[in-house]
Design a protein around this ligand. Structure first.
Ligand code: HEC
Ligand code: HEC
Ligand code: HEC
Length: 164
């Protein structure tokens, strides 16, 4: 019995101490995307997504995870919201950036497929990503969602069109 207890305890220790899986990407914050994506950053900065946390402050809801969860990026669901987690940032829609950003830094070898494998999300233009994640009736301020119309408010693209 004693042996079993030790075995279980050792196993638990190993699980706790094991390095994080190499593929698990971390959130880096929208500011990190700015230097290479000026067009997208400017469009985002001027959009309501960049004001989503100011809304929480106005509503006195910064301490309510049930509200904060949709008005932030990469928020774990409890505790204080860090500066980089405030607002609906780039990574809310494109996935945590630590992995794919490294690939983007080597433009010559960059491929969309490798970036997606490293965590990049391309939400597409059918609006499903938006309604599945945020623009739905769980939001107390839900307004009917039309992708075309809303994309018009946040439209952004690569600084340099792809050379194919
Ligand atoms: C060092 C520069 C650099 C940084 C930093 C960077 N990117 Fe990129 N990004 C690129 C390059 C280069 C491409 C590929 C452009 C091409 O194919 O012409 C790209 C492509 C993209 C694409 C299109 C992907 C595709 O293959 O269709 C998205 C979306 C994107 N980046 C989002 C982000 C986000 C979000 C961040 C911040 C977390 C970020 N990028 C940070 C350089 C960068
Ligand atoms: C399921 C995600 C979700 C949850 C949960 C959520 N919100 Fe929101 N909230 C949104 C979205 C999306 C919008 C933008 C609505 C639109 O324009 O369609 C929004 C907009 C708002 C607005 C209007 C801001 C403006 O300037 O137009 C207020 C106020 C607000 N939310 C407060 C709250 C409060 C308070 C809570 C918690 C009780 C909360 N939200 C929970 C997603 C959410
Ligand atoms: C609310 C969600 C949302 C946010 C926030 C957002 N994007 Fe996007 N992004 C999209 C959608 C949707 C598209 C177009 C469809 C697609 O490419 O999947 C797109 C397209 C792009 C593209 C062009 C991809 C291509 O191949 O043409 C780049 C680059 C990009 N985003 C970067 C960024 C950066 C950088 C930020 C932050 C400054 C950002 N995005 C914030 C949803 C978002």
């Amino acid at each position: 019995m004693k042996k079993l207890v030790w075995f279980v305890a050792t196993l638990a220790m190993l699980v706790v101490l094991a390095p994080r899986h190499a593929d698990a990407a971390d959130y880096v914050g929208s500011k990190k995307c700015k230097m290479c994506h000026k067009n997208a950053f400017t469009a985002w900065e001027g959009s309501k997504h960049a004001q989503a946390f100011a809304t929480m402050e106005k509503e006195g809801a910064t301490g309510k995870p049930e509200c904060v969860k949709c008005h932030t990026t990469g928020y774990a669901g409890s505790g204080a919201v860090t500066e980089d987690q405030k607002n609906v940032g780039c990574e809310r829609c494109h996935g945590p950036g630590s992995g794919y950003m490294k690939l983007m830094m080597k433009k010559a070898t960059y491929t969309t497929e490798a970036a997606q494998a490293a965590g990049l999300i391309l939400p597409g233009k059918d609006g499903k990503f938006c309604t599945d994640n945020c623009h739905n009736s769980q939001s107390p301020n839900f307004k009917p969602f039309n992708f075309e119309e809303r994309w018009g408010q946040i439209k952004h693209e690569l600084d340099k069109p792809r050379a194919h």
